[in-house]
Write a protein that binds this ligand. Structure first.
Ligand code: AMP
Length: 547
C-alpha cells in the first residue's frame, strides 16, 4: 500500500468553534435563560468564554479524560461547556434531569463525574443527591453571583465567578481525534442506563453529515431553534454542526410550552426547528387555541422531527398551517444520533401534497457514513422491497462499538453491525420505515402488526390527542392490538367511531380488537411513549374478542 500525502490534522471539537470564530464571528447564539431574560452573544463570545472555562477547569484540577457532568437546559453557558470541557480533553457528561433521582445518582457514580455544572432549576435536585455522589468534588451553579441560591451543598461554586477569575489566553491542546469527548446515557426502559461515549472524530464526522444537503442541510443562512435538549444525544449534534456552518442558534432554556416556543420562533425569525413529536403537539395545541397565524407571523421553513415517529397528520399541519416542510429523521443515542433523514428525490418533484406526505411518513434514507440492513430472526438479509420488515442493523464511524465500562458486553456482530432494536422496512429507493421497536411489535398469528402504523393513523382523527397500541394476549391469535387513546379536551369520541375511522386506513386484520380511553399516557424521560409501563398498566386487561 502507498500512504497518501495528505496532512493528518486531527478532527477535534475545538476546531469547530475555531472555524466558527474565523468565518462566522458574528453568528448569533440566542438563549432564553433560567433567570428569565433573553441573552444574546456570538460564536466569538462562546469561544472566548469556553477558553476561560478551560482554564478554570484546569485550575480546579480537572485532568484530560475526566468526566464533567451537566444538569442543564439549552443555553449559552451549556454551549460553553460543550466546547470548554471537550476542547481541553475532558469528557462532557450531559445528564437527563428528567430521569428518576436514583437513576441520576447511578449514572453520575457510574461515570465518576468530578464536577457537576447545574442550572438554577436543578440545584434542589442535586442538594438531595449530593451525599450519595462520592466522586463529585464540587458543584457549580450556572449563573452569576446575584442569582446564587442559598443552598446546603457544601462549597457551592458560581459559574460567572469561576470564569471571571481567568482570561482567555489559552491554546486548545492537540491530541488524538479518537479521544473521548462526551458521554450520554441511554434511558433504556429496562435495566440500568448505559453510557455511550462519543469521540472528537465521531462528533466532527457527524457534524458534516448534519450539514450535508441530504442530511439536515444546515448552513450559515439558517436560524435553528434547538427544542431538542442539549442533555440528550448532544441535541442531535446541532451545537457542533451549528459552529461548523455558522448557523444562528436559538436555545429555548426551560420554557418548552407551546406559547414560549411559538414566541421564540416569531421573535427570532426561526427558519429551522428541531424536536420530538411531543413538543410539536404542545405547539400545535397552542396554535389551535391562541388564534395566532403561523403562516403570516413565522418564517419557519423546515421542522426536523425525530425521536419518535412523525405522524402524517402532524406533517400535514405543518405544511398547511405553517407552510413548513417536515424533515423526518431517525437515529438513536448509540448513533450520535443521525441515521436516516427523509429528504425527497427528484422523482417526487411536483407530486400532490398527499403523495409527498406518504413519503414523509418514512424515516428516510441513510446518510453517508451509516451502513444499514434489515435481517430476519436468523440474521438473513431481507429484500429492500418496502414490505419485508426485519431487525434493523447499522454500522459506521459515529455508531457505538460498546457501552461505557463494558456494560452489556459485546454488542456488535461478526461484521461489526449493531442491532438497533428497531424493526423496519427499506424500499427500493432506500427509504427506511420504522414499524416498531422489536419488543413492541404485536405478534398476531405468526404475522407482525406495526403498533406505530396504527398509532399514526389514530392520531389523524381530529378528536385524538395521543394514541398508543400494545399487544395483548389472545387465545387464538397469541396477541392482538389494543388501542389506548387520550381524547382532545372538549372532544367526544366513541370506541365505534374510532374503529370506523381506522377502517380503510390500516389493513383490516390490523384493526385493534378494542379501544380504551385514558386521561394521559406514560412517557419516558426522553418523551417517548413508555410501552413497558403501559403493558404493566394493562396487564390485567382481557380483550373482549379473546374467549
Ligand atoms: P434514543 O436513544 O433515546 O434517542 O432512542 C432511540 C430510539 O428512538 C430508536 O431506536 C427508535 O426506536 C426511536 N426513534 C428515533 N427516531 C425515530 C423516528 N423518526 N421514528 C420512530 N422511532 C424513532
Amino acid at each position: 500500500m502507498l500512504t497518501g500525502l495528505m496532512q493528518d490534522r486531527p478532527l477535534l471539537i475545538s476546531s469547530l468553534i475555531e472555524h466558527a470564530v474565523s468565518c462566522h464571528p458574528q453568528g448569533e447564539i440566542v438563549s432564553r435563560t433560567s433567570e428569565g431574560p433573553i441573552h444574546r452573544c456570538t460564536y466569538g463570545d462562546i469561544h472566548r468564554r469556553a477558553k476561560q472555562l478551560a482554564k478554570a477547569l484546569t485550575a480546579l484540577g480537572i485532568q484530560p479524560g475526566e468526566r464533567v457532568g451537566t444538569l442543564a437546559w439549552n443555553g449559552y453557558r451549556h454551549l460553553e461547556l460543550y466546547y470548554g470541557v471537550s476542547g481541553m480533553g475532558a469528557v462532557l457528561h450531559t445528564i437527563n434531569p428528567r430521569l428518576f433521582p436514583e437513576q441520576i445518582a447511578y449514572i453520575v457514580n457510574h461515570a465518576a463525574d468530578r464536577f457537576l455544572f447545574v442550572d438554577l432549576s436543578f440545584v434542589p435536585l442535586v442538594e438531595k443527591l449530593v451525599d450519595t455522589l462520592p466522586t463529585v468534588h464540587g458543584v457549580v451553579v450556572m449563573t452569576d453571583r446575584a442569582h446564587m441560591p442559598d443552598s446546603a451543598i457544601p462549597g457551592l461554586l458560581c459559574y460567572e465567578d469561576l470564569l471571571g477569575a481567568h482570561d482567555s489566553d489559552y491554546q486548545w491542546p492537540q491530541f488524538d481525534e479518537r479521544t473521548a469527548s462526551s458521554l450520554c446515557y441511554t434511558s433504556g426502559t429496562t435495566g440500568n442506563p448505559k453510557g455511550v461515549l462519543y469521540s472528537h472524530r465521531s462528533s466532527v464526522l457527524h457534524s458534516w453529515a448534519a450539514c450535508a444537503v441530504d442530511g439536515l442541510a444546515v448552513g450559515a443562512g439558517e436560524t435553528a431553534l434547538l427544542v431538542v435538549p442539549m442533555f440528550h444525544v448532544n441535541a442531535w449534534g446541532m451545537p457542533y454542526a451549528g459552529a461548523m456552518c455558522g448557523a444562528k442558534l436559538v436555545l429555548p432554556g426551560p420554557a418548552l410550552d407551546g406559547q414560549s416556543v411559538y414566541q421564540l420562533m416569531r421573535d427570532e425569525r426561526v427558519t429551522l426547528a428541531l424536536g420530538v413529536p411531543t413538543v410539536w403537539l404542545m405547539l400545535l395545541q397552542y396554535v389551535d387555541t391562541a388564534g395566532v397565524l403561523p403562516r403570516e407571523e413565522l418564517c419557519l421553513r423546515r421542522v426536523v422531527i425525530g425521536g419518535s415517529s412523525a405522524p402524517r397528520a402532524m406533517s400535514e399541519r405543518f405544511a398547511n398551517g405553517f407552510g413548513a416542510f417536515v424533515v423526518h429523521a431517525w437515529g438513536m443515542t448509540e448513533m450520535s444520533p443521525l441515521g436516516t433523514v427523509c429528504n425527497l428525490l427528484p422523482k417526487h418533484d411536483g407530486l400532490p401534497l398527499q403523495q409527498r406526505l406518504a413519503v414523509h411518513e418514512k424515516q428516510g434514507r441513510a446518510v453517508y457514513g451509516v451502513d444499514m440492513k434489515i435481517v430476519d430472526d436468523d440474521g438473513v438479509s431481507l429484500p429492500r422491497d418496502g414490505k419485508a420488515a426485519g431487525h434493523l442493523l447499522v454500522r459506521g464511524p459515529w455508531i457505538t462499538s460498546g457501552y461505557y465500562r463494558g456494560e452489556g458486553g459485546e454488542i456488535l456482530d461478526a461484521d461489526g453491525f449493531f442491532d438497533t432494536g428497531d424493526v423496519a422496512t427499506i424500499d427500493a429507493d432506500a427509504y427506511m420505515q420504522i414499524t416498531d421497536r422489536s419488543k413492541d411489535v404485536v405478534k398476531s398469528g405468526g404475522e407482525w402488526i406495526s403498533s406505530i402504523a396504527i398509532e399514526n393513523a389514530a392520531i389523524g382523527h381530529p378528536a385524538v390527542a395521543e394514541a398508543a397500541v400494545i399487544g395483548t394476549p389472545h387465545a387464538k391469535w397469541q396477541e392482538r392490538p389494543l388501542l389506548i387513546v387520550v381524547r382532545k379536551a372538549g372532544h367526544e369520541l366513541s370506541r365505534e367511531s374510532m374503529l370506523q375511522f381506522l377502517g380503510g386506513r390500516v389493513a383490516n386484520w390490523w384493526l385493534p380488537d378494542d379501544v380504551v380511553f385514558v386521561e394521559e399516557l406514560p412517557h419516558t424521560a426522553t418523551g417517548k411513549l413508555h410501552k413497558l409501563k403501559l403493558r404493566e398498566m394493562f396487564s390485567q386487561y382481557r380483550l373482549p374478542t379473546s374467549a
